[in-house]
Write a new protein. Structure first.
Ligand code: COA
Ligand code: ZN
Length: 310
């Protein structure tokens, strides 16, 4: 039987946090509805951060209860940078939160206005406080391969921070290639080291496709034993505080790669294309991962064949 991989679609958060067009709460719900229709059972929906820092996420407190009401089965995580974010997320009824710890001093400073040590402590406190409230947690270790300000990230530093977050009890440690600078060999080396300190089923990978290596890096992660992936439909995304970050690995590229390589995702490629189409209309520009032009041609051919008289 094919082995299953689980995908958290981060389109509503990572995908929308840096867009020139700001989606309304209603349109975010519609995007999530398309994801759910495609079989997505886990999303990162929004972030409880300063609305001055990320105005695209200012409606988090309104969005989360509406997601819970409309998609009660959907696993929904939200990003929180500190205890204030956790309080807001909890008040909105969030069940799962993600803290964001970067592996370098400067990236933490630019992203959440804390140094590395403070960010580590605040992330750990936030995870512990979330558990006290009965919430599930994820802990990002961002710029895990390269930092836009400090260059190559030492592997040992990522291992140290992942170990700390695991010791704190974070449910999932998400290794994030924030600016898309990884290579398959580096992915393999990092997960080979992480495997010794964090159980493989607690590790996830969050890839960006800046250099066209997203799917290759995902394959290296799969071969290393990773079974949890973040991705976004159409490959939308990027951190406003990390210059040079292009979009995430596209959900449709990940699904195509996995499904043609003996893994099951539970997602429908045709329905994912509907979500890409919707995001494209909303953001008013062409979107799509590396595979979407080909996937659309296949869909069009199938539709044309269905329209032929028998
Ligand atoms: N949500 C909303 N508002 C928050 C907040 C949160 N989680 N944390 C702090 N604030 C508010 C404070 O209440 C204060 O408001 P005031 O000016 O009305 O009094 C203001 O923000 C400044 O608070 P401070 O604790 O000094 O925060 P800061 O200015 O050092 O900023 C962050 C820290 C984390 C809030 C800010 O850098 C941020 O939101 N970053 C966004 C990170 C992000 O989303 N990156 C992309 C994804 S990785
Ligand atoms: Zn990202």
């Amino acid at each position: 039987m094919a082995e299953t991989i689980s995908i958290t679609d981060v389109s509503p958060r990572d995908g929308l946090q840096n867009q020139a067009v700001h989606l309304s709460t209603e349109d975010k719900l519609e995007l999530i509805a398309r994801l759910v229709a495609a079989g997505v059972n886990s999303v990162e929906a929004t972030s409880f951060v300063s609305p001055k820092a990320v105005p695209q996420m200012a409606d988090a407190g309104e969005l989360v209860p509406r997601i819970s009401a409309r998609f009660p089965q959907l696993r929904t995580s939200v990003l929180v940078p500190n205890l204030k974010g956790l309080e807001r997320a909890h008040a909105a009824g969030a069940q799962e939160v993600a803290v964001v710890l970067s592996a370098t001093e400067t990236m933490n400073r630019k992203n959440i206005n804390m140094g590395l040590d403070e960010a580590t402590e605040v992330s750990a406190q936030t995870v512990l406080a979330a558990h006290d409230k009965g919430l599930r947690t994820r802990a990002y270790v961002a710029v895990a391969f390269e930092c836009p300000f400090e260059g190559k990230t030492p592997l040992a530093e990522v291992v140290r921070l992942a170990t700390r977050m695991h010791a704190t009890g974070a449910g999932e440690i998400v290794i994030a290639d924030t600016i898309g600078a990884a290579s398959p060999q580096k992915v393999r080396a990092l997960f080979a080291a992480l495997r010794d300190v964090v159980p493989m089923d607690r590790l996830a990978v969050h890839l960006h496709d800046t250099r066209g290596l997203g799917a290759a890096n995902a394959w290296a992660a799969l071969e290393a034993g990773v079974r949890r992936f973040d991705a976004s439909v159409g490959g939308i995304g990027g951190c406003p505080f990390a210059p040079g970050a292009a979009g995430n690995l596209a959900t449709e590229d990940l699904v195509l790669m996995a499904e043609t390589s003996g893994f099951t995702t539970g997602l429908s490629l045709d329905a994912l294309l509907d979500a890409v189409d919707f995001a494209e209309q909303q953001l008013r520009r062409p979107l799509g991962g590396r595979s979407s032009a080909w996937l659309r041609r296949q869909r069009d051919k199938r539709l044309a064949a269905e329209l032929q008289p028998a």
